[in-house]
Design a protein around this ligand. Structure first.
Ligand SMILES: NC(=O)c1ccc[n+]([C@@H]2O[C@H](COP(=O)([O-])OP(=O)(O)OC[C@H]3O[C@@H](n4cnc5c(N)ncnc54)[C@H](OP(=O)(O)O)[C@@H]3O)[C@@H](O)[C@H]2O)c1
Length: 262
């Protein structure tokens, strides 16, 4: 049996990738992972192949053990893994709630790496792993310091693993979206100080570009013109200058100096 596995399939980019994947890859069953079981179950209405909801909180270190158990039980060929679960909190680092300091690294980094590690014994020629990173991966982002660092990890891990796994015929693709209109902001905005968005992409556009990139030989893709232009600027300009511009754009200069209660 061939399976595709999508984390973060209950919402946003991951949901659209899960719903559209059967048109772009071959598999008999779709395993979908997130915390909201009802939303995962609802995906069956949008997909022809059987959907297996695997409700898990991936910040829990034990959770990927459940995926390993399922794989050991079913012994499938994993043709696609998409790691789309992720979140960000945008605030000065010392003001981020402690649970999110560990939560962001647990979900965006540890769980993503453990999902890759769990599926690789079941992958082979033609398998592809798609990791959702961010344009934030390309340079440090003040007031998104940890989130950007987790995405730099995702990008570096994906690109190097892509090289390592080439002899096995397995590809790893990192997708680096710019701001995208999803529930990401419902969660981020609770504690977010980022308020200026010069552009907001549609998640359907990100999904379309991801499917297209899966057919090419790239190891990362930056979907959209503004996203590509931002990426180019981070290559051309000193990162310290880009950080200063970002802080000014977000009107966060005073926040660098304000004390805890201001
Ligand atoms: N939106 C943007 O501007 C943007 C830009 C660049 C990159 N990204 C990245 O794109 C990816 C998808 O985000 P999105 O924008 O589509 O946001 P979203 O709509 O909030 O989707 C996030 C997904 O992650 C799942 N998730 C969150 N916490 C989880 C946990 N503890 N365990 C398991 N799953 C969990 C959520 O499901 P449950 O809540 O049901 O668990 C949901 O399915 C993320 O990696 C994000 O960092 C987003």
């Amino acid at each position: 049996m061939k399976v595709a596995i999508v984390t973060g399939a209950s919402s946003g980019i991951g949901k659209l990738l899960a719903a559209g994947l059967e048109k772009h890859a071959s598999f008999d069953e779709l395993w979908v992972i997130a915390r909201s079981e009802e939303k995962l179950k609802a995906l069956q209405a949008e997909v022809k192949v059987p959907v297996r909801p695997v409700p898990l909180d991936l910040t829990d270190a034990e959770s990927t053990g459940r995926v390993k158990e399922l794989l050991a039980q079913e012994k499938p060929f994993v043709s696609v893994l998409i790691n789309a679960s992720g979140y960000g909190v945008f605030e000065r680092f010392d003001r981020i709630p402690e649970k999110d300091v560990s939560g962001m690294t647990d979900l965006n980094c540890r769980a993503l790496a453990m999902m890759m590690y769990a599926v690789l014994p079941y992958c082979g020629k033609g398998s592809i792993i798609v990791n959702i990173a961010s344009v934030a991966a390309f340079q440090p982002v003040p007031f998104g310091a940890e989130y950007a660092a987790t995405k730099a990890y995702v990008l570096a891990l994906s690109r190097a693993a892509n090289r390592e796994l080439r002899p096995r015929g397995i590809r790893v693709l990192a997708v680096c979206p710019y701001w995208t209109k999803t529930a990401f902001f419902d969660r981020a905005n609770g504690n977010s100080v980022i308020t200026h968005f010069d552009c907001m992409y549609d998640p359907a556009f990100i999904a379309k570009k991801t499917f297209r990139a899966m057919k090419k030989k790239k190891d990362y893709v930056v979907p959209g013109f503004i996203a590509k232009a931002t990426h180019a600027l981070t290559k051309l300009l000193p990162h310290s200058f880009v950080m200063t511009v970002f802080i000014a754009q977000q009107k966060l200069g005073s926040r660098n100096f304000a004390d805890k209660d201001s």
